[in-house]
Write a protein that binds this ligand. Structure first.
Ligand code: ATR
Length: 287
């Protein structure tokens, strides 16, 4: 890639950032479309996000992705928030609009786009179950609600966190949300009625690939869509069990890809070259 004085710089603020696949995914996309951009990971210490946000303006970066631990803390240093970022209370993408920093959250949008384009599943009017109530669950739940999901049931080891998400959805969106305890008795009817079940917990993520969320997969009705936000491994134990129970499955790789594609589109105004980005991610996951 030939970097010149005209090259626009985007990147990633997080801590750590060394494990991220986003540089490969975005730089492959810039090359494919011959866009004069480059994507650079920046390790930003937990207490230095204020200076990092100021540096976006000072260095005229075109924008950045934001990841753990800065997704919430960065909001205080932005000029404007998109409606979904405000509801989610977290930002994963910043666009520098002539010195004004605008925060977006493309994580949940990436999941919804993956549901539609990778699984052929439109959440509009449907009932979904989310396992887990952390930051990822919140982004996905809010975006599902904004996409017209009828009912969202959240199940979490720590019910209080699920209740907070449910409150946001019930107060600010048209969707109906509820918390259920994580027991087979209470889950059985909800799982039977759900069109999709989504694991948003980290259970099953590399290197603990032998773990899976504690949901008896014999509760699952064949044909139900089972999605995992975990993308490493691409086929988690949870997805393997769901497949064995006759369910359609969706890997978290699609959400990772599409959250990046939406950020790419916000920065460049160009349609993201999805296949090239998917190939770059797949190659990194095999390494
Ligand atoms: P992320 O931003 O990826 O969502 P997080 O905010 O730390 O990460 O949330 C992790 C989610 O995985 C939470 O729902 C967490 O449950 P608790 O809220 O009860 O902590 C869930 N999780 C992680 N390890 C778990 C385990 N061993 N059993 C059940 N749930 C687990």
């Amino acid at each position: 890639m030939g970097i010149t004085g005209k090259t626009k710089v985007v990147g990633l603020f997080g801590y750590p950032v060394a494990h991220s696949f986003s540089p490969q995914m975005h730089n492959a996309a810039f090359r494919q479309l011959s866009l004069d951009y480059c994507y650079v990971p920046f390790p930003v210490n937990p207490d230095r996000i204020c200076e990092a946000a100021a540096a976006v303006r000072a260095l005229s970066l075109a924008g950045v992705n934001v990841t753990v631990p800065h997704k919430q803390g960065v909001i205080a240093y932005l000029d404007e928030l998109s409606s979904e970022a405000r509801l989610i209370g977290a930002v994963n993408t910043i666009v520098n609009k002539e010195g004004r920093l605008v925060g977006y959250n493309t994580d949940g949008q990436g999941f919804v786009r993956s549901l539609r384009t990778d699984a052929g599943f439109d959440p509009k009017g449907k009932s979904l179950i989310l396992l887990g109530a952390g930051g990822a669950a919140r982004g996905v739940a809010v975006q599902l609600a904004l996409a017209g999901t009828r009912k969202i049931t959240i199940v979490n080891r720590t019910p209080k966190k699920a209740e907070e998400i449910v409150q946001v959805i019930n107060e600010h969106t048209q969707a109906e949300a509820e918390v259920l305890p994580w027991t087979a008795e209470s889950l059985a009817p909800a799982v039977r009625a759900a069109a999709a079940v989504v694991n948003t917990t980290s259970l099953g993520m590399h290197p603990r690939e032998e773990e899976a969320p504690p949901l008896e997969t014999d509760l699952l009705v064949p044909g139900t869509l089972v999605a995992d936000l975990v993308y490493n491994p691409v086929r988690t134990l949870f997805l393997q069990k769901a497949e064995a129970a006759g369910c359609q499955t969706l890997s978290g790789l699609g959400m990772l890809l599409h959250q990046g594609a939406i950020a790419f589109e916000l920065w460049t105004g160009c349609t993201a070259p999805i296949q090239v980005m998917r190939d770059a991610l797949t190659k990194e996951l095999k390494n």
